[in-house]
Design a protein around this ligand. Structure first.
Ligand SMILES: [Zn+2]
Length: 346
């Protein structure tokens, strides 16, 4: 990637209304069988085209083939019973009915590789694919088999590594692990979370990202954020550990969040995917607002390591809003890129 300030989205884009109910998280599919397969591919094509037309450099699938960023992956594994459900508290925040781990977990065949190959065919731009992180996966399950968060995370890390290697072979340039749980379980992050994440990323030539956020703009998250006070210092726990880790890129929330921007200094040397677009608001950022967020970050990250991005996924937003936010991200990055080029050529 030679472009300065290459832009990327974190993950999801809204799905077309003919594929799934709009403005709903984890909405059930409206199609079935072959029509669903074709519908998902058409949606993926549109997601790619919108990103390209609106100037996004690192292209994602917009999670058009997935219902849920964690569950869809787990559905493809053996050892997890989706009929046996227990209510657990997700990230200490909200209750959800989740499947049960009933035996050794394993991946019989690849989960997203066909979708990734399809994405590869749609563009010559660098492509990024997101997988759930090991800690976030175990937080979405009831474990009757391993009875150890660490053991189950390690098993998932091994499975994720198999999947990641196949994604890389399919032409994926950047592999992202979503670990919102890193903002909640600080002791686990230190004790085994980083090690499990590195295990998932082991031996990859593709660049690796860890995305740590404060979640989608849903009520449970909005309520949680209200309890976090005026300064959100959660990253202060994970960043020093990630700075010493093998992970290449750290993806974090910034715009409209209460994250002190100077925390980015803690990951100096790593690439930073900086959230300059608020995904919890329908208001479209102005290019100047985006540029302002990027400029502030540039005090703590070298320009050749900054990747302007969104705070999180945009699945719950109205489609037109999400697409306009892509344009705002591009326009804001353009402003700062021009400023940097002018400064360099002096
Ligand atoms: Zn996120």
């Amino acid at each position: 990637m030679h472009t300065l300030l290459p832009t990327a989205i974190v993950g999801s884009l809204p799905k077309p209304p003919w594929l799934a109910e709009p403005e709903t998280l984890w909405s059930p599919w409206k199609l079935q069988g072959d029509a669903l397969v074709e519908g998902k591919q058409d949606a993926l094509r549109i997601a790619v085209q919108e990103q390209r037309q609106r100037g996004i450099h690192i292209v994602s699938d917009g999670e058009q083939t997935r219902q849920h960023f964690v569950t869809t992956f787990i559905e493809h594994l053996s050892g997890v019973d989706f009929e046996q459900r227990e209510t657990v508290r997700i990230r200490n925040r909200y209750d959800a009915s989740v499947p049960t781990v009933v035996g050794a977990v394993s991946r019989e065949k690849s989960v997203f590789v066909d979708d990734a190959k399809f994405l590869r065919q749609q563009t010559d731009q660098p492509i990024k694919w997101a997988l759930p992180g090991p800690m976030t996966m175990i937080d979405t399950l009831y474990d009757r088999h391993y009875k150890s968060r660490e053991k189950l995370a390690w098993e998932f890390a091994t499975i994720l590594n198999q999947e990641a290697r196949e994604l890389e072979a399919a032409g994926v340039d950047i592999i992202q692990f979503d670990e919102p749980a890193f903002n909640v379980f600080f002791d686990d992050v230190q004790d085994w979370g980083i090690a499990a994440l590195e295990r998932a990323a082991e031996g990859l030539r593709a660049e690796t990202v860890v995305h740590i956020c404060y979640g989608y703009g849903i009520q449970a998250n909005t309520d949680w954020k209200k309890t976090l006070g005026s300064e959100w210092r959660q990253y202060e726990k994970s960043f020093p550990l990630l700075q010493r880790s093998t992970i290449d890129i750290i993806s974090l929330e910034s715009h409209h969040s209460h994250v002190p921007i100077d925390l980015i200094e803690l990951i100096r040397g790593k690439k930073v995917m900086l959230g300059a677009i608020d995904v919890a608001s329908d208001t479209i950022e102005t290019p100047d607002e985006v540029a302002d967020t990027l400029r502030k970050a540039l005090e703590f990250v070298d320009a050749d390591k900054l990747i302007p991005s969104t705070n999180c996924g945009m699945a719950p937003l109205p489609r037109a809003v999400a697409f306009e936010k892509l344009s705002a991200l591009t326009a804001g990055a353009d402003i700062v890129r021009d400023e940097l080029s002018a400064a360099y050529s002096l």
